[in-house]
Design a protein around this ligand. Sequence first.
Ligand code: FES
Ligand code: FES
Length: 909
Amino acid sequence: MSIEINGKDFAKAPQPGQCLRTFLRELGHFGVKKGCDAGDCGACTVLIDGEPVHSCLIPAFRADGHTVTTIEGLARNGELHPMQQAFIDAQAFQCGFCTAGMILTCASLNQAQRQDLGHALKGNICRCTGYRAIEDALNGHHNVEDAAPGTAFGRSLPAPAGPQVVRGAARYTFDMAIEGLLHVKLLRSPHAHARITAIDKSAALAVPGVHAVLSFEDAPDKLFSTARHEQVWMDPDDTRVLDNVVRFIGQKVAAVVAETEAAAEEGCRLIQVDYDILPAVIDPAEAIAPGAPVIHADKGRAHRLANAPRNIVAESHGEFGDVAAALAAAAVTYEGTFTTQRVQHAALETHGGLAWIDPGGVLNVRSSTQTPFLTRRALADLFNLAPDKVRVYCERVGGGFGGKQEMFVEDILALAALKTGRPVKLELTREEQFIATSTRHPMRVTVKAGADKEGRLTALQLDVLSNTGAYGNHAGPVMFHACGECIAVYNCENKKVDAVAAYTNTLPAGAFRGYGLPQTLFAVEAAIDELARQLGINPYEFRRRNIIKAGDPMLSPPGAEHSDVLYGSYGLDQCLDLVERAMQAEAPKAELSADWLTGEGIALTMIDTVPPDGHIADATIVLREDGGFELTVGTAEFGNGTSTVHRQIAATALATTVDQISLRQSDTAHGGHDTGAYGSTGTFVAGLATQHAAENLASELKAFASGISGIDAASCRLENDSLRCGTRTVSFAELAKTAGEQGRALSASGTSEGTPRSVAFNVQGFRVAVNKGTGEIKILKSVHAADAGRVVNPMQCRGQVEGGVAQALGATLYEEMVIDSSGRVVNPKFRDYHLPSFADIPRTEVYFADTVDSIGPMGAKSMSESPYNPVAAALGNAIADATGIRFTSVPFKPDRLFSALSEKFGGGG
Ligand code: FES
Ligand code: FES
């Protein structure tokens, strides 16, 4: 076989049946990614004779005699291809996992194809950006700015990894070749609830190349939670690495470790497992009813399960005032029950990692994780290892959205490496991702609300049933958060919450962007709109009368407000104004027939800028010999943009430019502790630690310069990559040289403990058209205003908003994991799940409130997960405005809207 790849001839023959994607990766072309291996995502796109193809669908031998171009071959003679440069100029990526395939497809488009980008890009999915920045790249827009020394904060500076991302040189979790690597594959349960009575491994062990077959007898007999939090008491201890009881279809039963993936898969097929089938319960309401099968009968309060016999992992009940009396006295009331479905994060990079034991006896785990430090702690506990004998790290992570705030694979990787003594790799398939990793918690939310005739909210009550699935990772914290800010944002004397998180024999739910708030906001913001409508008050005005203002108590039952949540800044009023103004602006008239009904809706949200109960980040910064700086932080980069933001903060504090700041991150072998990149803490917490470290180093530099110049440190200031002391200017490089000659390193560290916390705000507005004959929805206008304090990087923050709105639109309009009555996921593929593509996502106008936070780093607040939160609620309100029908269940698929529409308007419109 002869194949030309990126201008070089290769004669290597592929394995029988091997696809081009894996063949190219074996040859070291790691820019060819896997998102699905099914032709649905485009992450594996390469050019064959100049035409884009999904290399996962092409047998490698079909490339014989053809020229193949991967992203690594697109740049010529050291010059980026114009499309690569356009992606840098527009910053058309976040995690960058889709970017190689996206660039190759975009680079191959002709003028005619560019006229219909929805069609031309239908084969390439981006889960992060919302596609606007990709369209900008195709249109040649330049979204990035420069910054003079000391002025990086507030500028739209490009991500430092951009050149590597567009060349396919950025290294993600699986982009690493290791000598002697073994592969891990998992046998998963076919039953929703069963006890394993026997496992016969003999046939599997006889497969050539199989090194080990691991089952519950081989795993530590310790309970833990896959959820990663700074405080372990936040989650129940209800999970084992491998258990002798399976509680959902897809739970791992055994692991086979082998020389090749094929041998490991064959081993899995040959394991004989005898099960004693147990009764299962799939519906959460049935699960908490008396007499239901008990899912964790062997556990109780000692394991932090609230009521194991009733399948209740966590519950919360409380009331301020007297809601029943307030509802009875209200001028208007509303009651409704809303349901939200199970959706997947669908980060394009699946969960997985590599593990090996180095010559020093340290267990190394290279993982697709948002929490390397907490995962190290959990592995050390599970395997009785000293913390310094475990290293967990990640390079670039291909998207997370909360789904990687878990330990789903590192435990089995560690077990396999420790048992075999060999390096091992486990990369979940897309199907495994759907059936065995976490999802958003489906919720049933009943809301009751009342208001007086002046339009003052007098009663607000939530009754929440959350389905956590078979394990309680994040169940309690998500449930508490879901019942927090969505009602704390309203002044109301009578509030009540009853919330229960229930176990069921379905795959576990977990952390997901928004952390429970999108589900409850869907109900609360509908109730607010319905009250306004009954009173004939404009929904903006009704909200203005009832939202908290700076200084008001932020109350949600059952507890008093968290005493460390403060108004570091307040911009909710501005956000409402910004959205109202933008929605009123004249828009081009849409050409719509009489079948289309139009309407508008808004929803607002507040979010604490840090999760409660501790979120710690350490940062260190060192003056390098060349006068630049090396910053070390523990937090991970997975598209959230923190590697850009941290450098901007440090460069501003040190009067330098971002190119002078090199960054080391997300590695437990370097630097102090970091709780993890979740809850939007990368800017607020790790950013504060970075600011403290940089400011401490600035003081250190002044003190050192004062010592050598004899000028008082108070008269020294940093400017333009140097220190000015009186009339004398010393460059940072000279300072480093002098310190080196004295045997000194100039460095400093900083810490943030995530308290006190501030609050951030978002308002989303939509104008929609609903076809009364078919239920089809068109989004005519989308506007989002965010209060992110002083915005560190406007371009990047806008991208987080666009991406959050796009992801939420997917969940509001299309996405749904369908679970059958046996607990099986019936649509574990992208193509049956419907991730939004370019054509599905409208442009969202993004506006920022003008506030400066007194707590966050240099006045900034977090803004990566909350843009998701108000989307379903705002769209539901817009549809209700258009149709007069309140739809209470997402996703708003046409077939679900159809019957109510035809009942009201007559079949066929
Ligand atoms: S990996 Fe080939 S299309 Fe998704
Ligand atoms: S940037 Fe496109 S998937 Fe992350």
